[in-house]
Write a protein that binds this ligand. Structure first.
Ligand SMILES: O=C(O)C(=O)C[C@]1(C(=O)O)C=C[C@@H](O)C=C1
Length: 225
């Protein structure tokens, strides 16, 4: 899959991949909502293996990023926003999607965290592909901003507000569809949604898309090195 991605990438195919990755992200978040926040799982003083499992989670998230860096321009290798993703996930997102409490299921909730972090990391670092395609499509458009290392200009050049609006609406709709309690009668109860569609939309608006764009800018800044 990676080889095909690197050989035949177009803006359309990378956007298609981002759309498919929405499904993975939303399903992984829904999976995590099965457990309460389980803060004990992240408290190193409480769990004997947590130091080890923390670093395992970290290791696997970094692997995702490193795998994508390998098949792109060398500029890709040095870009890594996992520490920010980590911080946002544990301090901001997790409290929004889980209920308070502790059910002792630390291992399974940590495995769910890993799935979420990997899906988010993959999506956000996919910004390297998006940026490479945009650069290849119109190198002249980006060259002067790259030469003057103008972050703001690059950010403007790579931003498509209408695309972002569609992303926000689509992920909210997917959250509503994927998070329904499916029953055999026709009624569906909005209160029973497993995840709040507005939170998923906010996750994309405030964190996923801005971090993807940050990766795109960082990649382009180094593209002519
Ligand atoms: O589709 C693009 O052109 C992207 O760069 C991806 C993305 C996103 O993160 O979804 C980011 C920036 C654009 O403004 C629109 C969407």
């Amino acid at each position: 899959m990676e080889v095909a991605e690197s050989n035949e990438m177009t803006l359309e195919t990378v956007r298609d991949s981002l759309i498919r990755q929405e499904d993975t992200i939303i399903f992984s978040l829904i999976e995590r909502t099965k457990y309460p926040i389980n803060v004990g799982a992240y408290d190193k003083t409480k769990t004997a293996v947590s130091e080890c499992s923390d670093s395992l989670v970290e290791f696997m998230v970094k692997e995702t990023e490193a795998a994508y860096a390998k098949i792109l321009h060398p500029a890709a290798a040095s870009i890594n926003v996992n520490s920010t993703i980590w911080e946002v996930y544990f301090s901001q997102l997790l409290p929004l999607i889980t209920v308070p409490g502790d059910d002792g299921n630390y291992a399974t909730s940590a495995v769910s965290d890993l799935a979420c972090l990997q899906a988010l990391s993959r999506r956000i670092h996919y910004g390297k592909f998006v940026a490479e395609v945009k650069f290849k499509d119109a190198p002249k458009k980006y060259e002067s901003a790259i030469c003057s290392q103008d972050r703001d200009a690059l950010m403007k050049l790579l931003t498509f507000e209408t695309v972002e609006e569609r992303v926000k609406k689509r992920v909210a709709k997917k959250a509503m569809l994927f998070g329904q309690e499916v029953s055999l009668d026709d009624n569906y109860d909005e209160k029973k949604l497993k995840i709040d569609p507005a939170i998923v939309s906010r996750l994309y608006e405030e964190w996923v898309m801005p971090l993807t764009k940050l990766v795109e800018v960082e990649y382009l800044l180094r593209r002519l090195d």
